[in-house]
Design a protein around this ligand. Structure first.
Ligand SMILES: O=C(O)CCC(=O)C(=O)O
Length: 295
């Protein structure tokens, strides 16, 4: 949610600034881990009622081998295709701040590691569309949401080696104008191995699944002082693994200090029980005193 600068027609750079202030690196103590969790082995077919109950209680479910090596390879090829600009209609690539001004001089390999995010790509890339609408994923989401899931956000989250910045602690519903009673499930799919060193997902299941006030700091996030002193769990995944998590689960990812890539896609799905809310309603719950303020 930092500011985006269009440099030329097809290129957006994440400035690494919030309202003109350059954002700093995070305190490593924000990601003090008490545990590293293992996903259910055996893919979607291994999921039982007990796993669904675990999702309801803790707000997340991690599954290894959900997607086959071929599906992962196709997804990555689709992503590379879009980043290389091979589909001229697609304009959803956001580059990291540190490559601003250098994009015309870097190689295509370097370009792959200069991207922070891809947004809104499923209608431009059938190989990524296939991941979002995988029949086994949709069947599981039907169980978790209780109605036909509606996919409403698709993102590629790249966190490139060395420069991939933190995504500070937050709840996804703080970003969405969706009634908090509506079930929202985030699906984070590892295309590379996601580890504690390259910035895998970190979770705080001990926080209740209720709205928490967010502030503008390094991002639209929960204040660091609320987080410091708490220990989190890390959720590493092999390529093809998936983390499903509730829209109110507190989560974040630390900076990628390693030399390993950590490319992932994330899709969000909601049910259809409640009408949409507006910014005022959302900020009344997630913004301090109804406003977006700093902490
Ligand atoms: O992939 C990441 O680094 C963080 C993803 C995330 O939590 C989000 O976009 O809401």
């Amino acid at each position: 949610m930092t500011q985006l600068t269009p440099t030329h027609e097809n290129i957006k750079v994440d400035t690494g600034e919030v309202e003109g202030v350059v954002i700093d690196l995070h305190d490593p103590k924000l990601y003090s881990r008490k545990a590293v969790i293992e996903g259910v082995q055996g893919g979607f077919d291994a999921i039982t009622e007990a796993h669904i109950a675990q999702y309801r209680e803790y707000g997340f479910l991690s599954i290894e081998n959900a997607f086959t090596p071929d599906e992962v390879r196709d997804g990555l090829n689709g992503m590379v295709h879009l980043i290389n600009g091979s589909n001229p209609d697609f304009r959803g690539v956001q580059f990291e701040a540190s490559v601003r001004g250098k994009l015309d001089t870097i190689t295509s390999q370097q370009r792959q590691d200069a991207v922070r995010k891809l947004m809104w790509f499923v209608d431009y890339e059938p190989r990524l569309h296939a991941l979002a609408y995988h029949p086994k994923l949709i069947a599981l989401l039907n169980q978790l949401i209780g109605t036909t899931p509606i996919m409403f956000q698709d993102m590629g989250l790249m966190k490139p080696p060395k420069i991939g910045r933190e995504k500070p602690w937050h709840q996804d519903k703080a970003y969405f104008n969706i009634d908090t009673r509506e079930r929202v499930v985030g699906c984070w799919i590892a295309l590379d191995e996601a580890t504690v060193d390259n910035g895998c997902m970190h979770l705080m299941p001990q926080f209740p699944l209720r709205p928490i006030v967010h502030f503008k700091r390094r991002d639209w996030q929960i204040c660091d002082t609320e987080i410091l002193g708490n220990e989190c769990v890390a959720a590493p995944l092999k390529p093809g693994g998936i983390l499903l998590f509730d829209g109110l689960l507190v989560h974040g990812t630390p900076h990628n200090n390693s030399s390993a890539r950590r490319r992932a896609v994330q899709f969000h799905y909601h049910g259809n029980q409640y009408p949409k809310i507006d910014n005022t309603d959302r900020l009344a719950l997630f913004g301090s005193e109804g406003k977006e303020v700093y902490c």
